[in-house]
Design a protein around this ligand. Sequence first.
Ligand code: CIR
Length: 253
Amino acid sequence: MFTKAIVRTPCKAMIEGITTANLGTPDYQKALQQHADYIAALQECGLSVTVLPADENFPDSTFVEDTALMTPHCAIITNPGAPSRTAETHSIKAVVADFYDQVELIEAPGTVEAGDIMMVGDHYYIGLSERTNQQGADQMIAILKRYGMTGSTVTMSEMLHLKTGLGYLENNYLLACGEFLKKAEFQQYNILEVEQEEAYAANSVWVNNVVLTPAGFPKTHQLIQSAGYEIRIVDVSEFQKIDGGLSCLSLRF
Ligand code: CIR
């Protein structure tokens, strides 16, 4: 179970966030409202939420998930592969140190964005994407090992981050779409197949037995409910416009 979360208020510069989505420019006021509802959803799941102030220096800084991996034994500050995001970690490091005695770092030339990391118990799957490289993954796996955990890499070629197309819902259930459906390493799970037209909803998040899932994807909502989960729908349309999913908006630990 998680007890805490860290989020960062979106900044006005989010309208210049990195995007491939072709869905238009985010409406900043709407994004603020959606972010407030996202915080409310985390609180409803029992989490105490630390809200960091907007940082105008980094358009994508609301996507805090990419900057750190929070494990039960240590926090690992990443080294984001997108050049405009690399220095987002500086301020996160100080915040994370308030919650963890053990804080580790990924160092260049290794790059990691934690949107590429999916936790399944003590094991962490690490996607090798355009943002996370082999050296970064190797450093991550070595750190996990030192704290009694394990990691393995997953090859990928179609999506931004590993969790763009995967969401582990605990109890052996895995939401998956696209290139991840047939991967050998995931066949041990009960795969809930997200249809291509609803691919964005594969990035749904288990938080203390409730699954937070994006608004607008009824088939996936049904799919998650059919596996026995309660869902909490959160509208994150303004974040989708800059390629951000539900999970990216928080660090949960
Ligand atoms: C980026 O391209 O870095 C942001 N516009 C979106 C980051 C989304 N993060 C995530 O999927 N973990």
